[in-house]
Design a protein around this ligand. Structure first.
Ligand SMILES: Nc1ncnc2c1ncn2[C@@H]1O[C@H](COP(=O)(O)OP(=O)(O)OP(=O)(O)O)[C@@H](O)[C@H]1O
Ligand SMILES: [Mg+2]
Length: 338
């Protein structure tokens, strides 16, 4: 067989793209970036689902991609994991280019889909063994890793139970075990705790924390539970396909202000008009208006004197990541960016 034909055959066996080269580690070690994306964009027809985002996630970092329904989180993950081709822009994951080296990217990542990817008719163990075969793990290695993960998730007793007979929380845990079976360097978790009760959510986060500690895996997570995202090293807020804010959660909360003043009222518009000259723009939610208060020594005593029938209650509390989120999405807080 002529050399070009041999090469073509070898590439077909390895299912590599024609230009793909497998030399990821050096680039990864050099850059120290687990994920780097530039002008990353995805259009569906006229819809700009992801619109020119920049991302830099350091190796070992715990990164949260946050945003409302339809803001482009899953589409971003699909591009970074080579399941969707960017319309323009690009990214590297674990030092490999998502366009030019998709197989190398896939070898080094784990992905937990927003929807469970388990075969409901196969047992827990069969699902995991099947995943091990897909990752081309040697059988002995896969068996040992499956045992380890089932122990870790307290799922050993369910090993021979069909996935379809597990509770939602157990199924999610198996999904995560499946995603980390091959010890990926970068793990993508798309709403891993959706639908889990607080105990299972906590167990899952404890597992992720352990995985980060013991296997130094970089984690990109999307979640709607912002109290969970507060544990991230860095977060980015997506809205309509664009990043509208980013930073360390504690830094964003500090930047937000000292307090949130919530005023409950049957007339939120009247309240906004009354206070906005002094307190700035208010954020209306149902029957209340919130104001960002920058001063650490702010007191509501002065405002209480003005209370009339338009005010039912007024209270001051410390902000959290939910406030940052709501103000970024609805209220226009801080340095908006692309
Ligand atoms: N295959 C597709 N074809 C057409 N439009 C799509 C496709 N996938 C996603 N979209 C659209 O792209 C936008 C972003 O969707 P995406 O699933 O990325 O959002 P998301 O932030 O993950 O939302 P959620 O929080 O609900 O999971 C939405 O308007 C969605 O309808
Ligand atoms: Mg999604």
């Amino acid at each position: 067989m002529a050399l070009p034909a041999l090469l073509r055959t070898a590439r077909a066996v390895l299912s590599l793209g024609p230009a793909e080269q497998l030399r990821p580690e050096k680039a990864f070690a050099r850059g120290g970036l687990a994920v780097s994306a530039w002008d990353l964009s995805k259009n569906f027809g006229k819809l700009k689902a992801v619109d020119g985002i920049e991302l830099q996630i350091r190796e070992g970092e715990f990164f949260g991609l946050l945003g409302p329904n339809g803001s482009g989180k899953t589409t971003t993950i699909h591009m970074l994991t080579t399941l969707a081709r960017p319309t323009h822009g690009g990214a590297t994951v674990a030092g490999c280019d998502v366009r030019a080296q998709p197989v190398s990217v896939r070898r080094q990542i784990g992905l937990v889909f927003q929807e469970s990817a388990l075969d409901r008719n196969l047992t827990v163990e069969e699902n995991l063994r099947f995943a091990g075969a897909l990752y081309k793990m040697p059988a002995g290695l896969a068996r040992a890793r499956i045992d380890e993960l089932l122990q870790l998730f307290n799922l050993d007793a369910k090993r021979r139970t069909p996935a379809g007979e597990l509770s939602g929380g157990m199924r999610r845990a198996v999904d995560v075990a499946r995603g980390v079976l091959h010890r990926p360097r970068v793990l993508f978790l798309d709403e891993p705790t959706l639908g889990l009760d607080p105990v299972n959510r906590r167990a899952l986060w404890q597992f992720i924390a352990r995985l980060r500690r013991e296997e130094r895996v970089t984690v990109l997570v999307t979640t709607h539970y912002l109290e969970e995202a507060a544990a991230c090293d860095q977060v980015a807020f997506l809205n309509a396909g664009r990043i509208i804010g980013r930073g360390a959660p504690e830094h964003l909360i500090k930047q937000f202000g000292a307090y949130v003043l919530e005023v409950e009222s049957p007339d939120p518009d009247g309240i906004t008009a009354h206070f906005s000259a002094r307190l700035g723009v208010g954020l209306k939610t149902d029957a209340s208006v919130s104001f960002r208060i920058a001063e650490e020594h702010f007191s509501i005593a002065g405002l209480e004197a003005e209370l009339d029938s338009r005010v039912r209650a007024m209270h001051l509390r410390r902000p959290d990541l939910n406030d940052v989120y709501l103000w970024l999405i609805h209220g226009g807080f801080g340095g908006r960016e692309r």
